[in-house]
Design a protein around this ligand. Structure first.
Ligand SMILES: C[S@@+](CC[C@H](N)C(=O)[O-])C[C@H]1O[C@@H](n2cnc3c(N)ncnc32)[C@H](O)[C@@H]1O
Length: 394
């Protein structure tokens, strides 16, 4: 999507034609033909804009419930927050009674559309096309929203007149290079130092791989995962803090794990069940707290896997029923799979450096039985744990 594409969609009635493409298969092999058909009816710019929009809408469905009514451009969509995560954050601002929020680096409106449901929102964005998309997309969800966007450079922004801030800096530069630390964000996270003293509450979104020493002192952090995928770390400031230094938040469902004050470190033999904690739990450093919460124990200090003696159902960990622990797996595993006719295996590893793609063909054996094979460590040694996921028949 470029400026003239957006002009076609918004100002020349092109958007009405966009829904026609919803039934097209849009196979890569048909691209030239599809584009020709569209260009014949809508001109070169218009045809391209419709084609690109439909592709992006399909990609965006995983993030936005109303993706089929929104307008996207690729870079903005890649950086946009998924709707459930944006709503979770917006709910915290609502709980503390904030009236106005400034959304710093609002992109195409992924967070603004959730914030604008209950607040007066000002978006700031320095890419003019994205600013226009934010205006449009927020109104797809909130037609009456008190929302406006200013196109300007945040690095020079100082006229702060808002109760609260949400800051979502870009984590890639214009060439696509990924920032290695918050000092390389655009703008850098340190801009917060200038802004925070002027507002009641604030939140910032950073890469989930962020390390404690890269954050302002006393920052409260939520590591958030959605459908098992680690999405971000949310930093909370001012009145938005809750007095809990780190939490793991699992979506959907908003399951929250907090540090347990009486977590005792325990380690022991692999029992009937192997537990693979959600990545938000691991990244938040809450594996011990999870063990306490589930009545489980670690199997090695260097891997996050836990074990228990009976079935565990928890949103914080995937649970596998252990059928066998194979020592020296690189030597023994293939033989055991063959003996047990485990011809359909799913491989996973944690804490063990192993190239699963390379290994996969070597573990191919005849047989119809299925299993999960999880490489992990026990007492410092690599082992493969052959498991079935709960609910499987075998
Ligand atoms: C991670 S994206 C925001 C995504 C947004 N929260 C969403 O969910 O759609 C960061 C945005 O900050 C904008 N940005 C980067 N540097 C900026 C600056 N100096 N001034 C204003 N906006 C900036 C980028 O253009 C980008 O759209």
């Amino acid at each position: 999507m470029n400026d003239s594409g957006l002009e076609f969609l918004l100002d020349q009635g092109g958007l009405a034609a966009a829904s026609e493409l919803a039934d097209w298969t849009l196979r890569p092999a048909d691209q030239l033909q599809d584009l020709e058909r569209l260009r014949a009816r809508f001109g070169s710019e218009g045809g391209r804009a419709l084609y690109d929009l439909e592709l992006l809408r399909r990609r965006a469905r995983i993030k936005f419930r109303l993706a089929d009514a929104m307008i996207f451009e690729r870079g903005g969509l890649e950086q946009a927050t998924s709707e459930p995560v944006a709503r979770l954050r917006a709910a915290r601002f609502q709980e503390i009674g904030v009236r106005s929020i400034t959304d710093l680096g609002c992109g195409l409106g992924g967070d603004a559309l959730a914030l604008a449901a209950d607040h007066e929102v000002l978006g700031i964005e320095n890419v003019p096309l994205r600013a226009r998309l934010a205006e449009f997309n927020v109104r797809v969800y909130e037609p009456e929203a008190e929302f406006r966007v200013e196109e300007r450079d945040l690095e020079a922004w100082s006229d702060i007149e808002t109760d609260a801030l949400f800051f979502d800096p870009a984590r890639r530069d214009s060439g696509g290079r990924r920032a290695q630390s918050p000092t390389e964000y655009h703008p850098p996270l340190s801009c917060l130092d200038r802004w925070l003293p002027r507002v009641r509450a604030a939140a910032a979104k950073v890469a989930p791989s962020v390390r404690a020493h890269e954050l302002p002192p006393d920052t409260e952090v939520d590591w958030v995962s959605l459908e098992g995928e680690l999405k971000e770390a949310t930093l909370w400031f001012g009145d938005a803090r809750r007095g809990i230094a780190r939490r793991a938040v699992i979506l959907p469902g908003e399951h929250v794990l907090e540090p347990s004050s009486d977590a005792v470190e325990s380690i022991g033999a692999i029992g009937a069940v192997l537990l693979d904690p959600d990545p938000a739990v691991i990244q938040a450093g809450l594996v011990e707290s999870l063990a306490q919460h589930l009545g489980a124990r670690r199997i090695d200090w260097t891997v996050p896997h836990l074990t228990a003696d009976q079935r565990v159902d928890s949103p914080f960990a995937r649970s596998y029923r252990v059928t066998e622990v194979v020592e020296r797996p690189l030597r023994q595993l293939r033989r055991r799979l063959k003996e047990r006719r485990l011809g359909r295996i799913t491989l996973a590893s944690r804490g063990v450096t192993i190239d699963l793609e390379k290994l996969r063909p070597k573990l191919r054996v005849p047989g119809e039985e299925s299993a999960h094979v999880i490489f992990t460590k026990r007492d410092g040694e690599s082992v493969a744990v052959i498991c079935v996921a709960p609910g499987s028949a075998s």
